[in-house]
Design a protein around this ligand. Structure first.
Ligand SMILES: N[C@@H](CCC(=O)N[C@@H](CS)C(=O)NCC(=O)O)C(=O)O
Length: 194
């Protein structure tokens, strides 16, 4: 059985949600970032990690990509133009959403107090709001890749939820509807209950 290392309130949630979508059983070890437990799996001290038999994998997006490929679901097949398009969206989300939220978190509570620059936060919020507008334009069907949900939808909805918790600007109605469409999926609800 897969073992997810990390709490539901961290990026480990992305992995739990996808495992639910794939119908794969998994156990959760709710290790905190930089705890001895996660460091035993990932020397960087970052969550999540996924234990799959003799292998330990790290990075939420690398893990999701691995799982989606392995179980042939929630992804376009590797080596197709559709997959290149899907990967481009995934990487854009990392650059323009995850990284913006992570920088805001660093300057709120992650960095030592003397290194935090509070003045950067309004700029990050504006940048995020602009990127939310671009995301809305990218949703051509019900999901980012059209009619079926895939890995970048999990990443996007996780980042959108994170932005709300972090006090970023309210989301526009179209994005709220997109997010709700995904957050009401049984797999999301089951993962959130872990
Ligand atoms: N790109 C990585 C980022 C992982 C990450 O930064 N996780 C946070 C918790 S959600 C963490 O462990 N932070 C501790 C640290 O950076 O020292 C991923 O998506 O898994």
């Amino acid at each position: 059985m897969y073992r997810v290392i990390g709490t539901v309130k961290s990026r480990a949630f992305r992995v739990m949600w996808l495992l639910e979508e794939l119908g794969q059983p998994y156990a959760v070890d709710p290790a905190m970032p930089q705890s001895d437990e996660i460091r035993a799996h990932n020397p960087l001290g970052k969550v999540p990690a996924l234990v799959d038999g003799a292998h330990t994998l790290t990075d939420s997006v690398a893990i999701m990509t691995y799982l989606a490929d392995k179980h042939s679901a929630f992804t376009a097949p590797a080596g197709t133009p559709e997959r290149a398009h899907q990967d481009a969206i995934t990487l854009w989300l990392i650059d323009e959403m995850d990284a913006v939220l992570w920088t805001a978190a660093k300057h709120s509570f992650v960095l030592p107090e003397k290194l935090r620059v509070a003045e950067v936060k309004p700029t990050l919020k504006k940048e995020f709001a602009r990127n939310v507008g671009l995301l809305e334009e990218m949703i051509t069907g019900d999901y980012l890749m059209g009619d079926a949900p895939s890995v970048p939808d999990i990443l996007a909805v996780h980042c959108l939820g994170w932005s709300m918790v972090a006090g970023f600007e309210p989301l526009p109605d179209g994005i709220k509807a997109y997010s709700k469409r995904l957050r009401t999926r049984p797999a999301y609800i089951a993962a959130a209950a872990r």
